[in-house]
Every structure is written in C-alpha cells, then in structure tokens.
Design a protein around this ligand. Structure first.
Ligand code: NAD
Length: 274
C-alpha cells in the first residue's frame, strides 16, 4: 500500500517535546510521506526540542504565536512558498489556561487570564482558519484538525475555564467548517482525545488520578498520543474526504460509558473495607 499522505504538505502546530500529541503526529505524517512546516510559539522554541524533530522529519521551523495575525500570515505565506503548492493539512494542537496554571478556582476566575487562555486555546483556531482562508492557502479537499477534550460536553471540575475554551473551539470547527466547505471543500474537525500525559495535560489538577479513572472506565483503555496521531493521519488522508464539522471522540469508548465493571468493583471493594 502506498503511503497515506504521499505528496501532501501541511503545517503542524504545537510540538513542544516528545510527549506532545503534535510530535507524534509529525512522526507519523513523516512516515506516511507528508512534508510539513513545524511551528510553535517563539517562547517554546527556546526549549530546543523541536529542532530534533525538524531534523528527524526534514522539516523547516517557522515560529508563530498563534494569537498573532502577523505571525500567522507570515507562517502561511512562507509555508506555501516553501512547498510551491497550497497546503493539504493543518494541525492545531494548542492549549493553555493561565487560571489552570496559577491554580485559580473556577468560581474565582481572573478575567484577564481567562481572556488570554481563550485567545490561545480557542480564538487562535479561528485566526488560523481565517488566515488560511484569506490567503487561499489550502488546497481543495484539504483537512484542518484541532484537538479538544470532553469537558466541552460534560463537567470535569478541575478542567476549569479550559472546558469553556474547548466548547468555543469545537463550535468554531462547525461554523468555519461550513464556510470552508462551501468555498473550497476544506474539511474542519476536532478530535476529542483521552487524557494524555503531556505538558499541557499534566498541568490539570488531579491529572494522575483522573487518567487512571478514565483508563478503568474506557472499554478499550485510554487512547495514547500515538493512537491519537494515527487518527489525525486518517483525517488528513483522502480516505475521510466527506468528514467535516464534526467533534470526533477518540477515547477508547469513555464518552459513551456510564459505569464500567472495573470502576464499580473499586467501590464495592471500598465499601467492604469501610
Ligand atoms: N494531554 C491531554 O490530556 C489532552 C486531552 C485532550 C486534548 N488535549 C489537547 O491537545 C492539544 C495539544 O496538547 P498536548 O497535550 O500535546 O500538550 P503540549 O503541552 O505538548 O502542547 C501544547 C502546545 O501548545 C503550544 N502553545 C501554547 N501557547 C501557544 C501560542 N500562543 N502559540 C502557539 N502555540 C502555543 C505549546 O507551546 C505546546 O507546544 C491541546 O489543544 C490540548 O488541550 C490534550
């Protein structure tokens, strides 16, 4: 079978270190024959790990703060120049909440921090899409994917204002997906991923307990970053051309389960002990 992304070119946002979901996507996209530009916020560049990924995958790095229209215009213009063709795929793998970082409770949010986190985690997706749209930087049947979490639909108390950011992000995929579909047959989707041990994920309070709970609740177990990358690749490929404006759960079945035998057993054992 020929490589799934052979001849395809794109941009991958958000590879911070080898745990990042975007890092795994870059590795798998490379293995499937794609060429891409790697990008991250200038401040993340200083950590240096992205250089190794660029060498490994033969990619160029173009720094961009995803909240800056100027940076995004530069990024898309240069990427199209580098490849000499419009882009087939874009991965938005970006998230940050100042309130989560600083341990501010949801009932006591700092609104300057909320606005910053909303801009980085949600509005940046609109900015990315709008930049590509105005520059006509995407090829027909191109695919844009952003990563999200189920706290957009159901309450996870410690996910804090990121829950609201993710709800907004998912709505942008539907709204922009309509316009991009009509204009250029470009697909726009979000993938709702299992809790995953990355820098962003581990920043959420109680993450370790939560990841074990999700593992026990999901019939297939938690989806790893590598599993997620595989799903992203399928959405970048031509095999999913009519999938758009969707929020796609990639969580080992977690989102459909009320309770599992494994979780129930922990309560039965617990009540025997007490
Ligand atoms: N880890 C999880 O449990 C989990 C679960 C579901 C969804 N997600 C989502 O997956 C995506 C990727 O996160 P991850 O878990 O790989 O963690 P990560 O920390 O490796 O990646 C987050 C990235 O966002 C980048 N970023 C932050 N501010 C930016 C800005 N202004 N401009 C450009 N980039 C910026 C960071 O530099 C980093 O590379 C996020 O949207 C996250 O919310 C993560």
């Amino acid at each position: 079978m020929s490589a799934l992304l052979s001849g395809k070119v794109g941009i991958i946002f958000g590879a911070l270190d080898e745990n990042s979901i975007a890092w795994k996507v870059a590795e798998q996209a490379h293995a499937q024959g794609a060429k891409f530009v790697l990008t991250n916020a200038p401040v993340a560049m200083r950590m240096g790990a992205i250089q190794q990924l660029a060498e490994k995958t033969g990619s160029e790095i173009i720094p961009a703060d995803a909240t800056s229209m100027e940076d995004l215009e530069n990024l898309f213009t240069k990427a199209v120049e580098i490849f000499g063709q419009p882009l087939d795929f874009v991965l938005h793998s970006i998230g940050m909440s100042v309130n989560v970082r600083k341990g501010k409770h949801y009932t006591d949010l700092n609104y300057d921090w909320l606005t910053k986190g909303w801009d980085v985690s949600a509005v940046s997706f609109h900015k990315t899409l709008q930049t590509a749209f105005k520059l006509d930087a995407m090829a027909e049947w191109g695919s844009v994917v952003a990563l999200t979490y189920m706290a957009a639909q159901r309450t996870f108390p410690d996910y804090n204002d990121m829950a609201d950011n993710k709800a907004y992000l998912e709505s942008i995929a539907r709204s922009f997906g309509y316009h991009y579909g009509v204009k250029k047959k470009v697909r726009v989707n979000t993938i709702s991923q299992s809790p995953t041990p990355t820098t962003a994920g581990s920043g959420v309070k109680g993450f370790d307990g939560f990841i074990s709970y999700a593992e026990k609740l999901s019939p297939l177990g938690n989806a790893t970053a590598d599993d997620c990358a595989g799903y992203v690749i399928s959405l970048f490929s031509d095999l999913t051309r009519k999938v758009t404006m969707q929020n796609l759960f990639h969580d080992g079945g977690f989102s459909s389960v009320g309770v599992s035998d494994a979780v129930m057993q922990a309560f039965v054992d617990g009540s025997k002990e007490s």
